[in-house]
Design a protein around this ligand. Structure first.
Ligand code: GTR
Length: 326
């Protein structure tokens, strides 16, 4: 009897495995530059689980983390052609492609993370998601990217003067290049994956990012000074290739959209926990964290960036609407 039960159990288990293995009619390939366990990676995995459950396993998601599919700028191109179905990236590398993403990449455009949430969760966020479509992407959801601050290997930055002549890596967008120029530094746009060795070998002096990225990338091991000037709060975005999207039924498209939306609160919770854990790890490693910083001169220096980039009526209107959001 025992043997029979065990045998039956084993057969059922095999059948269940076969079912899960074969039930995914479509497996959406998703890209992320971050390592396994990072909140953005886990959020897309969570979205995949919801999708699989809600479509009875018809649609699945496989997340290729750690830049396995390439650096962000390249994966954005591949996503356009449907080689990659889903992509979680910062809005920064989208700036030169989708004009509307520029407004949320402007220095000090948000008053803080809560303000950013109120903007992105409302009609402005919806308008920006829609703006991806004519360029070959379907904007699905925004995730948190904290606030970005400067780190370097040379000296503690306590004022703008300390940035003078420093070689600082930025994401590949003209806004960030102009932001560094306005601060008197030398901007070096380069892919994220090259930053660690560039700091190590002295090609650059530093870069800028949030706590979780500073920690998970290991940049804190080579850049021992972190100044919390919080010049950028750039939301992350999850997009789908329009080419892949068009292959789905209307019902499945709705399921993808909903699962992406439902992954947002889960992501935010993971983000808060990870920010704390990353900060603890970085501080424990002996990084000097400069918290006493007068942000006013940094903000004032950004006028030229706004003048140069917020030129069309469309962008002016978006910036005004962000500013008018309580
Ligand atoms: C991180 C962001 C990544 C990537 C990276 C960078 O904060 O999550 O998507 O854009 O910054 O600096 O390139």
């Amino acid at each position: 009897m025992y043997l029979l039960k065990t045998l039956a159990g084993a057969m059922m288990a095999t059948a269940a495995m076969a079912l899960t293995a074969s039930a995914c009619e479509v497996t959406l390939k998703s890209s992320d530059t971050h390592p396994d366990g990072y909140p953005t990676v886990e959020a897309v995995k969570h979205m995949g689980k919801l999708l699989e459950e809600r479509t009875d396993g018809r649609l699945c998601v496989e997340v290729f983390h750690s830049a396995q599919l390439g650096q962000e700028k390249d994966t954005i191109e591949q996503t356009k052609f449907g080689v990659i179905d889903l992509n979680r990236v910062s809005m920064g590398p989208f700036n030169n492609l989708v004009e509307e993403t520029k407004v949320v990449s402007l220095p000090y455009v948000f008053e803080g993370v809560d303000h950013m949430h109120r903007v992105m969760d409302g009609p402005i966020g919806d308008d920006i998601l829609k703006a991806f479509e004519p360029h070959g992407y379907v904007g699905l959801a925004f995730y948190d990217g904290g606030s970005r601050s400067f780190y370097n290997k040379v000296k503690p930055i306590k004022s703008i003067e300390d940035l003078e002549g420093m070689k600082v890596r930025v994401m590949q967008s003209d806004i960030f290049v102009d932001m560094m120029t306005a601060l008197g530094a030398n901007a070096t746009p380069m892919p994220y994956g090259e930053v660690y060795s560039a700091i190590q070998t002295g090609v650059i002096d530093g870069a800028e990012n949030n706590w979780p990225s500073f920690e998970s990338s290991g940049h804190y091991e080579v850049a021992g000074y972190y100044t919390l000037d919080e010049h950028l709060i750039v939301p992350e975005v999850l997009v789908m290739s329009k080419a892949s999207w068009d292959k789905l039924s209307a019902e499945d498209q709705a399921a993808v959209r909903q699962a992406a939306k439902d992954s947002v609160p889960v992501m935010r919770e993971m983000w808060v926990a990870r920010e704390k854990a990353s900060e603890e790890k970085v501080r424990a490693a002996g990084v000097e964290v400069i918290t006493e910083i007068d942000k006013a001169p940094f903000m004032a220096a950004m006028d030229s960036v706004y003048e140069k980039h917020v030129t069309s009526d469309k962008l002016k209107d978006l910036v005004a609407r962000i500013r008018a959001t309580d």
